[in-house]
Write a protein that binds this ligand. Structure first.
Ligand code: FAD
Length: 409
């Protein structure tokens, strides 16, 4: 997918055309900066990964001129429930109560690959950006005035700045010798895609449902075309057993009873990690998104925070490149976004995961009572929704103000 601009030398090179790299590319494109994005895959990935977009991210989408398309292709989820198998709904949160706080008082369910498609379509309008698929970055080195990017094909590209958005296994991060400390959660998860309207069998569920239970915890998520069931795999059950037809049938029967034979269209297993890079900046190279930090997907915050990294970083880089700011703002960005990753995103997503995964009856009962009490109190419920929609986070660590530099274009 190469385009007209010569890619031999760019002001900014971005490694990785995932959702974070392409968000950074679009922000910089709108600033008029020349950008080259290098992506090792021949085609954009259609893997299932994130599917939740929170209000502050939709507000960024509005700035980027893509919010309308995101809403058109996604599914508005106004409510989220906490449930127990025995008692059904324990707590329900209606995000429309946040309508005075944001134009988007809901979670948007939209598959990550559709967000990437929307970005690629929008980038077509910018001749100053070249997105090149099928180019793997092997090694990077930096000097006083720029970065040299060595590709697996033996080419050397040059750029003044480099954004590493090359995912959790970031080659650039390894190349810089940065650690990625943290831990892996005990449970692995089995993700099933059901091509079936689950709400016809379980009529009182909503679009986002968390179920805490001493025997297994799970999530039921509606996305535009499907339902997703995310089940914890008990320790000791191998990947092979967990993906067997028998195991899947048994586990689905625990949810909907044995009368329903639900069509499963996709089965995947994944482990959850909580890690952060030692630093998000080394001179002319900045790490964003999963290259910089990973967290449990419970609550759907990982990708959102990566998009916030990219939006914030593009504003800082624009300041430096245009001469309005000195490089200190890049260091402040790196520290700010690392703090957000550990103190906000990992704190909330880690706590949710640990609460749901608790196995002692007393701890589960305490968590369930606590969620019921929060949902029953309008002020506590409002604060919970502000925290869990990432609005508290962006107020505590503000993103650049509405991009007036784009509004006056
Ligand atoms: C199974 C699963 C489920 C998830 N569910 C959720 C969820 O519900 N909610 C949530 O918020 N997050 C979730 N996440 C996390 C979310 O998907 C990530 O936060 C998001 O993908 C990060 O985007 P990114 O652009 O930083 O990295 P990626 O999406 O990983 O993109 C990195 C890109 O860089 C490319 N690349 C890598 N190395 C090189 C190289 N050397 N040269 C060139 N290109 C390279 C890759 O091919 C890829 O296209 C999930 C992740 C997984 C694995």
């Amino acid at each position: 997918m190469g385009r007209s601009m010569s890619a031999a030398e760019a002001t900014v090179a971005i490694v990785g055309a995932g959702p974070v790299g392409l968000t950074a590319a679009l922000c910089l494109a709108m600033d008029g900066i020349d950008v080259v994005v290098l992506e090792r895959l021949e085609e954009p990935s259609r893997d299932w990964r994130a599917s939740t977009f929170h209000a502050p991210t939709l507000e960024i989408g509005l700035q980027l001129g893509i919010a309308g398309e995101m809403l058109r292709r996604g599914l508005v989820a106004s409510r989220a429930q906490y449930r127990s198998r025995a008692d059904g709904v324990l707590a329900e949160f209606d995000f429309s109560a946040l309508s005075s706080e944001t134009p988007y008082p809901f979670r948007l369910q939209l598959e990550q690959y559709k967000y990437v498609e929307i970005l690629l379509e929008r980038l077509q309008a910018f001749p100053n950006v070249s997105v090149e698929h099928g180019i793997a970055v092997d090694r990077v080195e930096q000097g006083r005035h720029g970065v040299t990017i060595h590709t697996a094909g033996g080419e050397a590209r040059r750029a003044t700045w480099l954004i590493a958005a090359d995912g959790a296994r970031s080659q650039v991060r390894k190349d810089l010798g940065l650690g990625f400390d943290g831990s892996t959660f005990e449970h692995r998860y089995l993700v099933l895609s059901l091509d079936y309207p689950l709400d016809t069998v379980l009529p009182d569920i909503c679009e986002v449902n968390y179920i805490a239970d001493p025997h297994e915890h799970l999530m039921l998520l509606r996305i535009p075309d499907l339902w997703r069931v995310v089940l914890s795999i008990p320790p000791g059950v191998s990947d092979e057993s967990a993906t067997s037809e028998e195991f899947i049938r048994e586990r689905l029967a625990m949810i909907v009873g044995s009368d329903h034979d639900l069509p499963v269209s996709e089965v995947r297993i994944y482990a959850l990690h909580e890690r952060v890079a030692d630093s998000l900046r080394v001179d002319r190279i900045m790490l964003a998104g999963d290259a910089a930090h990973v967290n449990s997907p419970m609550g759907g915050m990982g990708l959102n925070s990566g998009i916030h990294d990219a939006y914030d970083l593009a504003a800082q880089l624009f300041g430096v490149i245009s001469g309005a700011e000195d490089e200190k703002c890049l260091e402040e960005w790196a520290q700010r976004r690392r703090t957000v990753a550990t103190d906000e995103i990992q704190r909330i997503s880690g706590q949710t995961t640990r609460d749901l995964a608790a196995e002692e009856e007393a701890r589960i009962s305490r968590f369930q009572e606590q969620m019921t009490a929060i949902a029953a109190d309008p002020e506590l419920a409002r604060q919970w929704m502000l925290d869990n929609s990432m609005i508290t986070n962006v107020r505590r660590y503000p993103l650049p103000s509405v991009a007036s530099r784009w509004a006056i274009r």
